[in-house]
Design a protein around this ligand. Structure first.
Ligand code: ASP
Length: 439
């Protein structure tokens, strides 16, 4: 058995946290491949090392004195090294970093040093082999992740390595320059490593005991999710549920490697299992609720629209021509509504309206702003009658007006559009009806 364990920034923010991580790793000999993030926040007011690096590099780019900022970064690592009583010096590494900052080696290079240095410490602390991701994780000329090349090189390299530390978040471009994933990208590295070693489990250690049914900023003490499928998770993360990087599902999904989200500060908790499919029923009809504010609905009306072949294409063309992606397109006989992100749309609004008139020649266009979308997700919905009915009666009960309904054909989720102002009330009502009233 082989397990890949990824530790997030808060799990490695201090020597104390490093000790917890080591204890977890040593408690199971199958935890052979470790993917660390850069040191995160030690407390609510603290700054992540990644953010310190971005700021430091910005100063270097302006050709101003960045040494005090680099010194503060160095201090973060030295505190960890000292707290772990290691005989390790990062002096020469920091000299190289300083020289490369002066040479303007790039923002991505700068940010990646957070994981790089933490990986050196971790490898030293565990006595595992250190592998620089720049040698084994690749992006193409356009900065897109090169899955094939990476998997070939990385699996060959790891086959020869019994136990290794592979820092998260970055790899290299064809010309050798360092390139990073988007923020939170160490989750993606963990998934790539899990695929390369054909891991039995990808454990993702963070500071919460897995996913919660709803956002704890809206619902006080929401229940946790024990098991969730990749598809359900995709729906929820797309709608804003945090904890795990959206793209991290893809490398392991095809291989059927389960992901276990665990809490470094509470390792006895089972956390959440993310799996391909399961016969395990979720405790409730719904698995989770997530949502986002800040959408606009563009309502397009045209008599006999239903009979006009190509009308939908012309409408969507108007959005495409202006570089705007759409979220949902509910339609009626003579109306079609396109949901878009307000902040993306707002600057191009009149251009899109112009294109719509030109391309689709509608009778009228009406725009509604400040809308929120809520996704109610659950594999259990397919087998349960009345789910939609319960959602809508719960919303009617708390006086929330439903502006849009969209149920995907997979019956995995129901998407509801409400006014931004009703967002929290709506989520509470849905949580109450499916979770609280079932307790
Ligand atoms: N350190 C990077 C960030 O703060 C990547 C990660 O932690 O996953 O975004």
């Amino acid at each position: 058995m082989r397990k890949v364990v990824k530790f997030g920034g808060s799990s490695l923010a201090s020597a104390e946290q490093f000790k917890k991580a080591k204890e977890i790793i040593m408690a199971d000999s199958e935890r052979k491949f470790v993917v660390p993030s850069a040191p995160g926040k030690r407390n609510a007011k603290d700054t992540k090392v990644t953010d310190m690096l971005y700021a430091c590099y910005e100063t270097a780019e302006k050709e101003e004195d960045f040494k005090p900022q680099l010194k503060a970064i160095k201090a973060r690592y030295e505190e960890i090294i000292k707290g772990l009583s290691l005989t390790l010096s990062l002096d020469s590494e920091l000299k190289t970093i300083e020289a490369n900052f002066k040479k303007k080696a790039g923002r991505d290079y700068a940010a990646s040093r957070g994981e790089y240095l933490n990986g050196i410490i971790m490898a030293h602390y565990l006595k595992y082999t250190f592998i620089d991701p720049a040698e084994v994780i690749f992006f193409d000329e356009n900065g897109e992740f090169d899955a094939e090349k990476t998997n070939t090189v990385l699996s060959a390299r790891l086959e020869k390595t019994e136990r290794a530390v592979i820092p998260g978040f970055y790899g290299s471009l064809p010309d050798g320059t360092v390139h990073t994933f988007s923020r939170g990208g160490s989750d993606v590295t963990g998934s790539i490593v899990a695929k390369a070693v054909k891991a039995d489990v990808y454990e993702n250690w963070t500071d919460v005991s897995g996913f919660l049914i709803a956002d704890p900023r809206i619902i006080e003490n929401p229940e946790g999710i024990e098991t969730i499928t990749y598809r359900e998770l995709r729906e929820l993360s797309y709608m804003g549920a945090g904890v795990f990087h959206e793209d991290a599902i893809f490398p392991v999904r095809k291989e059927g490697i389960p992901i276990n989200i665990r809490n470094t500060n509470s390792p006895e908790d089972n956390g959440t299992w993310i799996v391909g499919s399961t016969c395990q029923k979720s405790k409730y009809v719904i698995t989770g609720i997530a949502g986002k504010k800040g959408f606009c609905a563009v309502n397009i009306e045209k008599d006999m629209m239903n009979a006009e072949i190509g009308f939908g294409r012309k409408v969507l063309q108007a959005f495409e021509d202006n570089g705007i992606s759409f979220e949902h397109v509910p339609s009626g006989i003579d109306t079609m509504t396109v949901f878009v992100h307000q902040d993306e749309f707002i600057h191009k609004e009149q251009k899109v309206v112009g294109s719509l008139h030109r391309l689709a020649n509608p009778d009228s266009i009406d725009i509604e702003s400040d809308l929120a979308l809520i996704a109610v997700v659950g594999r259990g919905m397919r087998a349960t009658r009345g789910t939609a009915g319960r959602i809508f009666s719960a919303l009617a009960h708390v006086n929330v007006n439903v502006k849009m309904i969209d149920q995907g054909s997979s019956e995995l989720n129901i998407i509801i559009g409400v006014a931004n102002n009703d967002f929290e009330t709506a989520i509470k009502a849905i949580y109450d009806i499916f979770v609280v009233s079932q307790l």
